[in-house]
Design a protein around this ligand. Structure first.
Ligand code: ARG
Length: 466
């Protein structure tokens, strides 16, 4: 082999790549984090090769021991990464060559194309499990915040205008529903990742008598009953990047939820609302204005969501229009998913931290929710119970609201005589509608904010998040 050629594929080359090309084309600076998965994949591949007689037991053992030693070096920060060796796969293979001559047989019946697909599928399973744990912790913090403020009431908003009264817990449980769906989506992504591409080779498998199911089983690509799951088309297995897109999409949607939660908290912590106090540990001050306490953790949660959406777009754009199967463009698939993972993991932790230190300002909540106009719809329902068609009732209550605004008198203090002039169906008992407790108790259907339902949701979430 000419000295100037590349170690692993230099056979047909007479000149080495330009230094600029090495710098341009390397991926080891970001794919080195795949090392544990690459080593696991190679150990399983070697075990399979030994199983079918393509490696001796001795060679297999030397490869496994060498890979373990290399991973230990990597984890201790002692491994010398070489960008000239392009990626994590070739760095590890080269290092193994220095330890055992059997290394030259490891790449039998394997290509970097099915190797990187395998590494990434293992990584996605890990990434989804990690994020699911972190989101679960945030959900638990949310449940605790709801439990600490069990009887607090706030106005619910539409169009950012006060709409109807709800328990603060009901609002927090809406966030829980969102986060729990995010966790479910990540479980779906992990299930989609659970198919082993090893044996697909570069594009068309191999002529050698390998055992794909053996490798799949060794790597945990198995169904609920322990049966191995292997990809069913060698071309799709090396070309497909659906998983990357699905993962980035699950993270982007998690980001959208984080951003909406953050926005509510930012509003609620402002002097205008003052429903909550955010923990000092997750806020910062102003370098100029001494009185400021800024909700930075929430603002950054909102900001990071832009980045998560950007990563999804990068991947969609990267994959579109590529001819089957592998193209080097696909090396650019990893930075966006790694970034989505890192940022989502951080965001989940920060959300949990921010929620853990959250305190509700009960007085401000109570004052905001005491506005009788929040029960205008209940007043319309009162007329409906007396047989008035809803449209007519809506109109009549609208006129009552107008009167209260014109006279500067709270809705529930208007003289009954005046109100009866608007609609004869208003009885002497019309102001009973404005009893907040009673109004909430009437909302007893599933999913509604009445006290019985909120209690049910407490029980449900306590069980689900155990
Ligand atoms: N570093 C490459 C990547 O991340 C590994 C696969 C390379 N395959 C190839 N045929 N050049 O995509």
């Amino acid at each position: 082999m000419p000295k100037s050629s590349h170690a692993t594929w230099g056979g047909r080359f007479s000149a080495a790549p330009a230094e600029l090309m090495l710098r341009f084309s390397e991926s080891v600076s970001f794919d080195r984090r795949l090392a544990p998965f690459d080593v696991a994949g190679s150990k399983a591949h070697a075990a399979m090769l030994a199983h079918v007689g393509l490696l001796t037991a001795r060679e297999r053992a030397a490869i496994a021991a060498g890979l373990d030693a290399i991973l230990a070096e990597i984890e201790a920060g002692r491994f010398k990464w070489d960008t000239a060796l392009e990626d994590v796969h070739m760095n590890i293979e080269q290092a193994l060559t220095k330890r055992t001559p059997a290394a030259a047989k490891l790449h039998t019946a394997r290509s970097r194309n099915d190797q990187v697909a395998t590494d990434m599928r293992l990584w996605f399973k890990f990434a989804c499990a990690t994020l699911r744990e972190k989101i679960l912790a945030a959900e638990r913090a949310l449940l605790a915040a709801a439990a600490a403020n069990r009887d607090a009431l706030i106005p619910g908003y539409t169009h950012l205008q006060r709409a109807q009264p709800v328990f603060l817990a009901h609002h927090l449980f809406a966030w829980l529903e969102m986060l729990d769906r995010d966790r479910a989506r990540l479980a779906d992504v992990a299930a989609h990742a659970n198919w082993c591409p090893l044996g697909s080779g570069a594009i068309a498998g191999t002529t050698l008598p390998i055992d794909r199911e053996f490798a799949a089983r060794a790597l945990g690509f198995v169904d609920a009953r322990g049966r191995p799951q292997v990809t069913q088309n060698s071309m799709d297995a090396v070309a497909d990047r659906d998983l990357f897109i699905e993962f980035a999409s699950a993270c982007a949607l998690f980001g959208v939820h984080l951003s909406r939660i953050a926005e509510d908290l930012i509003l609620w912590s402002s002097a205008e609302f003052k429903f909550v106090e955010l923990p000092d540990a997750f806020c910062t001050g102003s370098s100029l204005m001494p009185q400021k306490k800024n909700p930075d953790s929430c603002e950054l949660l909102r900001g990071k969501s832009a980045r998560l959406q950007g990563n999804l777009h990068t991947l969609l754009t990267l994959a579109k229009g590529l001819p089957l199967t592998y193209n080097r463009d696909l090396q650019e698939d990893k930075p966006p998913v790694f970034d989505s993972f890192d940022q989502s993991a951080l965001c989940a932790d920060v959300l949990a931290g921010t929620l853990s230190g959250l305190t509700a300002n009960r007085d401000r909540c109570a004052a905001a929710v005491s506005d009788p106009a929040l029960l205008a719809t209940d007043l319309a329902d009162y007329l409906v119970r007396k047989g008035v068609p809803f449209r007519e009732a809506h109109h009549a209550v609208g006129a009552v609201v107008r009167l209260s605004e014109k006279n500067g008198v709270p809705l529930d203090r208007l003289p009954t005589g005046e109100v009866r002039k608007i609609h004869a169906a208003f009885g002497t008992d019309w102001t009973a509608v404005f009893d907040l407790k009673r109004a909430l108790a009437k909302r007893r259907g599933t999913g509604m904010p009445g006290p019985a339902q909120v209690a049910r949701q407490f029980a449900r979430w306590t069980k689900l998040l155990k």
